[in-house]
Design a protein around this ligand. Structure first.
Ligand code: PBG
Length: 329
């Protein structure tokens, strides 16, 4: 291929031609909206570090859910902020726990909306770590026991997908076994398979009230320097029975998304995390970037890299922008 026989600009000259040669498309059906559920009634408490994101009580969640589904968004990811925290995070497996209650109400109100639940302990432990602690570090195998209890409790409350996010070794196999033993063999697992120890989670920890009281998560989450290791993490989770594998964060890890999709061809999710969201929002607020265009460009880039679905706080804004004709070729 060489100039002047080939001029790639020929096919870029008109919107219709650009549409015809477009390789990647974005639709509301690609998005999963993360939501924070908290105690109380009538609560809509904005998260300061994430403009446009709030903590909602269960009734607020139920009243807004039909609009979310109506915008064409197929699924939400629920995070719970419990009334009380303890060392084990036992509020996470209570029958009347915050997410369990949210799930039951949501099922009644909008049965078609898929309710994915984040399975972890950092929002439920008084120390803010993702499981049982021993000698200042996460006790892997003791945490597995508790993850099983949490998974079965959420399944009983009507979860549509279980999404373990703790990067605990063996978590997928352990949860699969517990779910199957409890009669939930058809309930899918979306594993946070390649999750990095990332500074981009900063704003989330305010939203979910889950900042570790000491230390960090580097003994279980991945080193941002590693790509091959991500493939090993994903391979193990697939072997253990993961139905969907996730890479997180998204935009700084497009190479990892691409490699995971190429290597395994699995349904692949990418999580555009809180820091990615807040950076775009903050720059847009200052008028430094066009917020809508950067939002849509970041989402199409994540899809082009290989993601089949994107967890994003922009889900509703993006769905509305697409409906209004944004992001056209
Ligand atoms: C753990 C969890 C975290 C996020 C999702 N699940 C936080 C962490 O690992 O510290 C981060 C999501 C985001 O930043 O948007 N329950």
């Amino acid at each position: 291929m060489s100039f002047p026989d080939h001029r790639l600009r020929r096919l870029r000259a008109r919107p219709g031609l650009r549409t015809l040669i477009r390789e990647t498309t974005l639709a509301p059906g690609d998005f999963i909206l993360p939501l924070f559920v908290c105690p109380g009634t009538g609560v809509d408490k904005p998260v300061g570090s994430m403009p446009g994101v709030s903590q909602w009580s269960v009734d607020t969640l139920v009243s807004r859910a039909p609009d979310i589904a109506g915008e064409g968004i197929p699924a939400v990811m629920l995070f719970g902020i419990p009334e009380k925290k303890d060392a084990a995070g036992s509020a996470s497996w209570k029958k009347d726990g915050i997410v369990q209650t949210g799930l039951r109400e949501l099922q009644k109100a909008v049965p078609d909306l898929v309710a994915i639940v984040d399975l972890c302990f950092c929002e439920y432990t008084d120390h803010g770590h993702c499981g049982v602690m021993r000698d200042g570090d996460l006790d892997n195998d003791a945490t597995l026991e508790n993850l099983n209890r949490q998974a079965v409790s959420l399944a009983e409350a009507g979860a549509g997908v279980i999404a373990p996010s703790g990067m605990v070794d063996g978590m997928v196999g352990s949860i699969r076994g517990a779910l199957d033993a409890a009669g939930f063999e058809t309930l899918p697992i979306m594993s946070y398979a390649a999750k990095y120890a990332s500074a981009f989670y900063g704003p989330f920890r305010e939203a979910a009230e889950s900042t570790p009281a000491f230390g960090d998560r580097r003994t279980h989450q991945m080193d941002p320097a590693n790509g091959d290791e991500a493939l090993r993490e994903v391979a193990l989770d697939i072997e253990e029975g993961a139905d969907i594998v996730m890479v997180k964060p998204a935009l700084p890890y497009l190479d990892v998304i691409h490699r995971v999709k190429e290597a395994y061809g699995m349904p692949t999710a990418a999580y555009q995390v809180s820091g990615e969201y807040s950076m775009i929002r903050a720059a847009a607020e200052r008028g430094w970037i066009d917020g809508e265009r950067v939002m849509l460009e970041s989402l199409i880039a994540i899809k082009r890299a290989g993601a089949d679905m994107i967890l994003t706080y922009f889900a509703r804004d993006a769905a509305r922008a697409l409906a209004a004709g944004g992001g056209r070729a």
